[in-house]
Design a protein around this ligand. Structure first.
Ligand code: B1M
Length: 215
């Protein structure tokens, strides 16, 4: 198989053996981020489709996710970093009840490489933990990720909690994850949140939003 297809198959099949060698070969042709975006994410998309249609069982999805994480970790040192530092702080978390963290961790990498301080709380974070960390670290922005449909409801509740605690003016919020839509965030959630709430389709939009919110 050609290299790109081979790499995609490694993600889909959860096949780790020879992964690093293939990634190193790919790095001689293309920048690390492009490999993540065009090749590896395409593989995860196939995994999602197979799982969604019942053609792939959960343990195999987990294996694919592990290979994806290994690949991203291998590529990360090769990613471009800006010399900027201290541009601002974001507290980042996957919301309560949700374990998906590959996307969130990509956001962490992209923001960290571009001069932001990222306080990455991990997965299944209750709103109290997110708000405590935001206050403790004097975050400029709160970022929440979630891939389950029920996470979109949790995000709404979290924004209501920010309102209730009188923190909405202090904390603009960026939301991301596959179950969200732009309309849900920019219309429905925009209506209920008393501060700024924005939707990031991918990690790069997350970066653009950080730049815009902090400027
Ligand atoms: Co899960 N899962 N999963 N899963 N899983 C989905 C999300 C699902 C759509 C699959 C499907 O049915 N087709 C489905 C959700 C359906 C729904 O809610 N309606 C689903 C399900 C059902 C489940 C379980 C419930 C299955 C079960 O137990 N029966 C279970 C849930 C457990 C829980 O959370 N409580 C579960 C478990 C798992 C694994 C553990 C096996 C594994 C996760 C491993 C891990 O993350 N460590 C897993 C995986 C891998 C997936 C799919 C296949 C791939 C997700 C992924 O990593 N994509 C997924 C299918 C899909 O998404 N269509 C699926 C790659 C990643 C880079 O994309 O996270 O979207 P994503 O991030 C993007 C953007 O969204 C954005 O930037 C990234 C790219 O640049 N972004 C942000 C994300 N967060 C952001 C935050 C920002 C800005 C941008 O700022 C704050």
């Amino acid at each position: 198989l050609p290299l790109e297809e081979r790499l995609q198959r490694r993600i889909v099949d959860g096949e780790r053996k020879g992964l690093e060698a293939d990634l190193d070969e790919a790095l001689t042709e293309r920048p690390a981020l492009e490999i993540v975006n065009s090749t590896l994410l395409a593989g995860m998309k196939v995994v999602g489709e197979l799982f969604g249609s019942g053609q792939m069982q959960l343990p195999f999805v987990l294996q694919s996710a592990e290979v994806m994480k290994t690949a991203v970790a291998h590529l990360e040192p090769h990613m471009e970093k800006s010399d900027d530092e201290g541009k601002g702080t974001i507290v980042l978390a996957t919301v309560k009840g949700d374990v998906h963290d590959i996307g969130k961790n990509l956001v962490d990498i992209i923001l960290s490489n571009n001069g932001y301080t990222v306080v990455n709380l991990g997965i299944k974070q209750p709103v109290s933990a997110i708000l405590d960390a935001a206050q403790e670290h004097r975050a400029d922005v709160i970022g929440m990720s979630g891939l389950l449909v029920k996470s979109t409801v949790i995000m709404k509740e979290n924004l209501q909690e920010l309102n209730q605690r009188g923190l909405s003016a202090e904390f603009p919020v960026i939301l991301g994850g596959a179950a969200l839509t732009r309309a849900y965030v920019e219309q429905d959630l925009h209506e209920i949140y008393e501060g700024e709430v924005r939707y990031a389709r991918d990690a790069f939009e997350g970066l653009r939003l950080m730049d815009a919110l902090i400027a």
